[in-house]
Design a protein around this ligand. Structure first.
Ligand SMILES: Nc1ncnc2c1ncn2[C@@H]1O[C@H](COP(=O)(O)OP(=O)(O)OP(=O)(O)O)[C@@H](O)[C@H]1O
Length: 766
């Protein structure tokens, strides 16, 4: 027993010495062959094919700048074996260009096309740095990787686990909200590498006792431009303020920030600017075939439906502008059964479901409807065949990231962008940004219209009406708040047709547009309904999350903790920041000076929900069901026993039916108005009456309680009158004598009041 103990102690000692020797060799290799600062390793000739690698002679080492294979780099055996196991042997351009610099500890500002392997370009330097520093559990947080979205953080964590499998570090995926964060707090101090979203990281910095990043060695911002932009500004500033200045910082993105201010915020030290595709002919992957076509707003769903039907064997990622759009299109298409599995992904889904959808979409061929939550960084395992942008991206960068979900690494891919006639300026912008988009004419002959089917669906499934209405409103809002007015102009949209294309029988009223177009008849004849969607995209429920912590042990991955439920709603808050920012820039929201305050940061600000009954069009009666819920007009119709659904599928009958319904609504509306007018008139009369009574010195009950205590106002001729009722008989005691409480009352009788009122009424009408 004692023998085996001392044997294993000896083995450990031997291993320790071997590692120490390896580290010393790596350090000497790195130092002796350091590329000059500002040089581009890609411009150097590759090493000759069978040239010796590593130590040559007399402590001379092989050149690693200009290396094309991972094994030619000064990397530890553990990292090299991890790469080999994952089948990574040849480097991509961004890896060749950045690793020689990052391995010698320099700060990096790296840009390369989507799908070009930026992840390994920052994971490898982290592993190497901590290994060479002999980082252990007691050393705490050595590296932090920040990602803008949870899915991307999860993906980066997976790559870290794979490549770092043979190292001894512990790592944690920290994403999500407050739920069960306590469990996370118990483990977070023992982690060496954190992969996190900004909000969650800051939450730990604020709340976790003894959370310490003072020894941080490497900070990585993936999708750096996104993390540095206004949506994360406060959060990131608060994070950076708690990090040591002496550290290595690596920033990567396909659309890199060039803002000096941004870089100053991160206190980069003489960073290496590595933009491997800057001189490339195109800003997007070469194997990506990109097309754009004109699709009027009201034809978008017809076109999307036709597209899906024509590509039933493809894996398709569809981008829409809001969660509501995604929900509606997904639900509607699902009910119409196109013949291919459909999925949806957006920031308001529960995190577990989100992760599930993400993994399912990795595995199978299907159509995924998504917001921009899936636009950055995600590398779906089985390649995406098509990226379809139904709604125009916010800007060129957003376009690049969206289409970048296909044609990754060596794979090919295709994309199509639907542009409305008013958005043609976007095409120009893309072309100026070296994005080779081919403009094609839509083949309308093969268009399969779905709006008729959608109308029928809305009748058959009452819940769909709300979805459609919300999709309608949020889409218009998304256009309204866009910053780039050259591309996005809500006033150019024919919203009545849009509404009809969603299957809505009437065009909902949009208050923010109403204000905008005062006096300008842009939307045709329809009186718009008062149903502005109060439930914004970002009012997310707090989704639950999983905490993944992993310890890298020699030859094994030991999960410390799995499936702990925690939660966050960070992306929604970031989106919220963007929305508010856009509002501010448009002058429709807070002013520039207030922008700072709008940016969500440490705290998740719960948005106040407006209580607007979106089911209730103006002039219609609100009808309640048995549980007290209001029923939208179509739901009431659908509930009626005598409505034959099948008859509604017939186009003519349906139209006739809608016509009848509209007339009915108009009629009810008229009645409502008459009633309302009557009520107002009565109110006016009553008020006049009160005034007359007042001017005669008689006051109504309930006013000026103090008068009874004797504090009479100056010039007041009469004491306040009060009418007392006998609780038994309900008769007014109008005797003017002492009541039971001994108060003298100067009262007039009801009969007198009525007579007076009649007199006044008579005088008003004469
Ligand atoms: N050296 C390599 N050899 C083979 N495959 C690689 C190599 N490096 C990366 N890959 C693969 O290329 C794909 C894209 O890599 P990665 O996700 O790192 O791209 P990215 O540049 O970060 O993209 P994005 O800008 O969209 O975030 C991944 O599937 C990854 O496994």
């Amino acid at each position: 027993m004692r023998k085996s103990k001392s044997k294993s102690k000896q083995m450990r000692k031997g291993r320790h010495e071997e590692e120490q020797e390896e580290i010393s060799k790596l350090n000497r290799w790195i130092d002796s062959q350091k590329p000059d600062s500002g040089t581009n390793p890609l411009s150097l000739p590759p090493l000759p094919k069978d040239a010796p690698i590593g130590i040559l002679h007399d402590d001379k080492f092989s050149r690693y700048s200009g290396a094309t294979m991972f094994k030619e780099l000064p990397l530890s055996k553990r990292t090299l074996d991890g790469l080999k196991r994952a089948n990574f042997s040849k480097m991509t351009d961004i890896q060749m260009a950045s690793l020689p610099h990052s391995l010698c500890g320099r700060d990096i500002l790296g840009a390369a096309k989507t799908g070009s392997g930026k992840t390994l370009a920052f994971i490898i330097p982290i592993l190497e740095k901590l290994y060479k520093e002999r980082w252990g559990p007691e050393d705490g947080v050595g590296s932090i990787i920040i990602s803008p979205t949870r899915e991307l953080a999860g993906q980066l964590f997976d790559v870290l686990k794979t490549v770092g499998k043979l190292h001894n570090f512990s790592a944690g995926l920290l994403i999500g909200g407050r739920k069960e964060v306590e469990m996370e707090k118990e483990h977070v101090n023992a982690l060496n590498i954190l992969v996190c979203t900004p909000g969650r990281l800051l939450q730990h910095m604020d709340e976790t006792p003894n959370f310490d990043c003072s020894q941080l060695q490497v900070l990585v911002l993936d999708e750096a431009d996104r993390i540095l932009d206004v949506g994360f500004k406060k959060t990131l500033n608060a994070i950076v303020a708690q990090l040591p200045k002496r550290r290595q910082t690596l920033l990567f993105s396909a659309t890199q920030t060039k803002s000096i201010q941004d870089l100053a915020r991160l206190s980069l030290k003489d960073p290496e600017y590595i933009s491997v595709h800057e001189d490339a002919e195109t800003a997007t992957p070469n194997r990506l075939q990109q097309t754009a076509m004109i699709v009027p707003l009201e034809q978008k769903l017809d076109m999307l439906w036709s597209f899906v039907k024509a590509h039933l064997n493809s894996k398709i990622l569809v981008f829409l502008s809001s969660c509501k759009q995604v929900k509606f299109v997904f639900e509607a298409f699902k009910k119409l059964r196109p013949g291919v599995p459909l999925k949806c992904l957006h920031g308001r889904m529960k995190q577990e479901k989100r992760m599930g959808i993400y993994s399912q979409f990795c595995e199978s061929h299907s159509v995924l409807f998504s917001t921009d939550v899936a636009s950055r960084g995600l590398d779906f395992n089985k390649a995406v065949d098509w990226v379809v942008q139904v709604d125009c991206p916010d800007d060129v960068a957003s376009y690049i990231h969206r289409v970048g979900r296909t044609a990754r690494y060596l794979a090919g891919g295709r994309s199509v962008l639907f542009l409305m006639p008013s958005e043609m300026k976007m095409l120009e912008k893309l072309q100026t940004a070296k994005i080779p988009v081919q403009f094609i004419k839509a083949n309308t002959k093969r268009l399969q219209p779905v709006s008729g089917l959608l109308s029928a669906l809305l009748v058959k499934y009452p819940d769909m009406q709300q979805l459609a209405q919300r999709a309608f409103i949020t889409y218009l809002r998304s256009i309204h708040i866009q910053k780039d007015k050259e591309v996005f102009d809500v006033l150019k949209l024919s919203i009545e047709d849009f509404s009809a294309s969603l299957g809505l029988p009437m065009t909902p009223k949009v208050r923010f547009l109403n204000q905008k177009i005062k006096g300008k008849k842009v939307f045709g004849k329809s009186a718009l309904l008062e149903s502005e969607d109060s439930e914004k995209e970002n009012d997310a429920e707090i989704p639950s999350e999983k905490l993944d912590i992993v310890t890298f042990k020699e030859g094994s991955v030991d999960r410390l903790k799995e499936n702990l439920e925690i939660g966050d709603s960070e992306e929604e808050n970031v989106e919220k920041g963007f929305l508010q920012m856009k509002d501010a820039l448009n002058g429709s929201g807070p002013k520039t000076g207030e922008i700072e305050d709008l940016v969500p940061a440490t705290r998740v600000l719960k948005k106040k929900k407006l209580k607007i009954n979106i089911h209730r069009p103006v002039g219609s009666r609100v009808v309640f069901d048995e549980e007290g819920n209001t029923l939208p007009p179509l739901a009431r119709v659908a509930d009626r026993k005598n409505v034959d659904d099948s008859s509604l599928l017939d186009q003519d009958k349906r139209e006739e039916y809608y016509k009848k319904m509209r007339e009915q609504m108009k009629h009810v509306d008229k009645e409502d108005k008459v009633l309302d007018r009557q009520r107002r008139r009565e109110k006016r009369i009553k008020e006049k009456m009160k005034r007359k009574i007042g001017s005669m010195g008689l006051e109504e009950d309930g006013e000026g309680e103090d008068d009874l205590s004797g504090s009479e106002g100056e010039g007041r001729k009469y004491k306040r009158s009060k009418i007392y009722f006998d609780s038994d008989s309900d008769n007014a005691d109008t005797t003017g004598s002492k009541d039971t409480a001994g108060i003298i009352t100067d009262s007039i009788s009801l009969a007198e009041q009525e007579a007076l009122a009649l007199k006044l009424l008579g005088s008003m009408h004469s």
